[in-house]
Unconditional design. Structure first.
Length: 83
C-alpha cells in the first residue's frame, strides 16, 4: 500500500491515519528512519531495547544477546555505583 504526504517547510511529515492505526503509532510514539538502497523507511519503535539503539557504543559487530547483556551490565553499574 502506498500513500503520499507533503513535507512542511520545517521538514515535517504527517503519517497517514491508516498507517498510524495499523502500526499502533500515536502522539509521542517513536519512529526510526532507515535509509536503504536510496529509499527512506520509517519504522515504529515498539520494543524498549529498540528504543535504546545508538545510545551505547560497542566495538565491532555484536549480536542482540551481547548488546542486551551490555545494556543490563551498564544499568546495574549505574544503579549500584554507590554500594
Amino acid at each position: 500500500m502506498a500513500m503520499m504526504s507533503r513535507v512542511s517547510s520545517k521538514g515535517q511529515i504527517t503519517i497517514p491515519a491508516e498507517f498510524r492505526k495499523s502500526l499502533n503509532i500515536s502522539g509521542g510514539s517513536q519512529v526510526r528512519f532507515v535509509m536503504e538502497n536510496g529509499e527512506l523507511k520509517i519504522k515504529p519503535v515498539n520494543d524498549g531495547i529498540e528504543a535504546l539503539r545508538g545510545i551505547i557504543k560497542v566495538e565491532g559487530p555484536q549480536d542482540f544477546a551481547g548488546i542486551r547483556e551490555k545494556v543490563m551490565e551498564d544499568k546495574a553499574n549505574e544503579r549500584y555505583k554507590d554500594y
